[in-house]
Design a protein around this ligand. Structure first.
Ligand code: T4K
Length: 378
């Protein structure tokens, strides 16, 4: 039997760069007194990030939510946008803050990303764009979405908040669609404390995004649009530069943890882990497992509570569905009978702790708690 752990284990814990290295960069900021507004670290960070990720143009932001909101402004999206209910609320909130009507479509049962067939069926004359999410960093069906977008003349904006560093056949997942958005929040694979980015594919779009994140200023006296203040400051950009040196090692540790969970949970009846996808370089941002109570003998919520009793705090990302929150539940696309797969997955999923400093012994203990808690006779 596994005892209750002395220190709480959360779903994640941020990886930080060595403090001494950060202090060195802080000294430079203290000397030159440039704190924000496209300073030297901001410029260097964008360049090095673009190179690391294998993308052409990137614009860094205060956070992922403002990046999403600005992306919609950059492409002048209006009317209706088809999106997923199985995500963090920020995906849909970004539409709402832009006065755009979200239209929810169901997800696929394998990796829980938007189902392209359901998206196509939801298109109306008001639809202007599709906003899929690479949930847990597993890539959406990229070619199929592009074909639908091209056929119907729609924009394609990927919420890639979970997909830092993810590649498909050697190509960054961020190079697909019109725009992709990253989050560098403390809970993400790569963090700048808070932060985010928009990835685009041409210089003009990058220019427009950069104007928009700086109030719309094109020069000292010209404001080209009602922009917002969403710039990343120099401290975060400097911190981000350091993070780039360590991110590969951190992803390697995440992979090792995912492998241990998979080995230890593979034979537990009613428990499903998501396998890696062939040709994809994963970043292991989350470790979701599905609990089928008919095989396991207990529900997802019972496992969630049992882990808590051991001082382990998994998270039910993404339950409830966004479509169930008060702002959105009145929409006709929010009806559970329109979203049967998302409804089912939201009831079954729990994300287990995964982060670079998590010890392998604790990963094994968590697996053991889940394995010994099953009750197949039920
Ligand atoms: N699109 C998608 C698909 C997203 O998942 C997100 C964010 C966004 C867009 C928006 O991006 P940002 O605007 O956030 O850049 C967290 C995060 O706040 C959020 O960034 C993230 N998705 C979402 C999935 O998770 P919470 O409310 O679950 O986080 P919280 O504070 O409960 O943290 C979870 C655990 O992590 C804590 O129990 C302890 C640990 N933790 C957390 C923080 C903040 C630490 O150890 N240290 C920390 O500093 O939302």
């Amino acid at each position: 039997m596994i005892e209750k752990l002395n220190t709480p284990i959360y779903v994640t814990q941020p990886a930080l760069p060595p403090l001494e290295e950060f202090t060195e960069l802080l000294k430079q900021i203290w000397d030159n007194k440039i704190l924000t507004n496209n300073g030297p670290f901001h410029r260097q960070f964008e360049n090095e990030l673009a190179e690391y990720l294998g993308v052409k143009y990137i614009s860094v932001f205060t956070n992922g939510t403002l990046a999403l909101m600005t992306a919609l402004q950059a492409l002048r999206i209006t009317g209706e946008v088809i999106t997923t209910p199985f995500s963090f609320v920020a995906t849909t909130h970004s539409l709402w803050w832009n006065n755009i009507k979200p239209v929810f479509a169901d997800i696929d049962p394998d990796y829980f990303n938007l189902d392209p067939e359901k998206v196509e069926a939801a298109i109306t004359p008001q639809t202007t764009a599709i906003m899929p999410v690479h949930v847990y960093g597993n890539p959406c069906k990229l070619e199929v979405f592009q074909r639908i977008a091209d056929t119907y003349g729609l924009k394609l904006i990927y919420d890639a908040a979970h997909a830092f560093g993810v590649k498909v056949n050697g190509e960054s997942v961020l190079n697909f669609g019109d725009l992709s958005i990253l989050s560098f929040h403390a809970t993400k694979v790569f963090n700048t404390i808070e932060g985010g980015a928009i990835i685009c594919h041409d210089e003009k779009t990058k220019q427009r995004i950069d104007y928009l994140k700086n109030f719309g200023f094109a020069d000292e006296t010209t404001v080209i649009a009602p922009g917002i203040n969403a710039k990343m400051n120099e401290l975060q950009a400097a911190y981000g530069l350091l993070q780039l040196k360590y991110v590969d090692g951190n992803i390697g540790k995440r992979k090792a943890i995912a492998d241990i969970y998979r080995v230890h949970l593979q034979d537990v009846p009613g428990i499903r882990c998501l396998p890696d996808i062939e040709g994809v370089n994963h970043a292991y941002s989350y470790f979701p497992v599905l609990v089928d109570s008919s095989g396991y003998g207990r529900t997802r919520d019972e496992i969630y509570e049992e882990l808590k009793r051991h001082n382990i705090f998994g998270r039910r990302y993404f339950y409830p569905l966004i479509s169930q929150f008060p702002t959105y539940r009145g929409l006709s696309s929010s009806r559970p009978d329109n979203l049967p797969i998302a409804t089912k997955i939201a009831e079954q999923v729990i994300c287990l702790p995964i982060y670079p400093e998590l010890s392998f012994d604790i990963v094994k203990s968590i697996s053991e708690i889940i394995s010994s808690y099953q009750n197949p006779s039920k």
